[in-house]
Design a protein around this ligand. Structure first.
Ligand code: ADP
Ligand code: MG
Length: 210
């Protein structure tokens, strides 16, 4: 069937985002399982970098599992996806670069339903790699919350506990916990950045006088 030049009318991008432990992988798996029940041809991919639990499965923190293939780079998604695939699931999308946006658009334009799950912010509370742009081009966006480990409120931030200041540092509950805005404490590096920005604002009148 051709609708407005596209082979299938159902091509679209769905994004599932939120902090760690919010249930992104569970939700991705739930949607993919329903597509399998509907006898659609499904492929699930994740970046090679995410080897926390398994390199042949998407695994949630609650141990829900689904078979998946690992791809090293965004370009490998094109080669990995079979032309007859109807639904493509991609987990841990924040580990891919911004080219992911063009690749997802390309797959959706071919008529595929592309379901992408990923962290919308890194441990500093800064939008993560391709996610903001992906949210911009998606037809359907689902932003979910975890439970704040300090107070039990809905949590949208991923708090890193100790460790380095690398943006990418794999880990689970021993390295990160979900926090609400009130209890999220960006690390020293980010706090220094904010202090510098404030000092800069305060310095402006002096600069004008000099
Ligand atoms: P994500 O992919 O967003 O990191 P998962 O789908 O892997 O999340 O895991 C979600 C599951 O994690 C929940 O169903 C729950 O069992 C567990 N969990 C652990 N800590 C929390 C938390 N702070 N808030 C919500 N769920 C949590
Ligand atoms: Mg996950």
């Amino acid at each position: 069937m051709t609708v407005h030049g596209f082979a299938f009318p159902q091509g679209r991008i769905e994004v599932i985002c939120g902090p760690m432990f919010s249930g992104k992988s569970e939700e991705l798996i739930r949607r993919v399982r329903r597509a399998i029940i509907a006898r659609q041809r499904v492929q699930v991919l994740k970046p090679t970098i995410d080897t926390r639990y398994s390199n042949s499965q998407v695994v949630s923190h609650s141990d829900v599992r689904l078979n998946a293939s690992c791809v090293a780079t965004v370009r490998d998604i094109y080669t990995a996806v079979h032309p007859r695939t109807e639904v493509v699931g991609i987990d841990e999308a924040q580990f891919f670069d911004e080219e992911l946006v063009a690749v997802c658009n390309g797959l959706a334009n071919r008529g595929m339903r592309v379901i992408v799950a990923g962290l919308d912010m890194d441990y500093r509370g800064v939008p993560f790699a391709p996610m903001p742009k992906l949210l911009g081009v998606a037809e359907i966006v689902t932003k979910i919350q975890a439970v704040c480990m300090e107070c039990g409120a809905p949590a949208s931030f991923s708090q890193r506990i100790g460790g380095t200041t690398d943006t990418v540092e794999l880990g689970s509950s021993e390295r990160y916990e979900a926090r609400c805005r009130r209890h999220f404490e960006p690390e020293e590096e980010r706090q220094m950045e904010l202090l510098r920005a404030r000092a800069e604002v305060l310095r402006v009148p002096n600069i004008a006088r000099d």
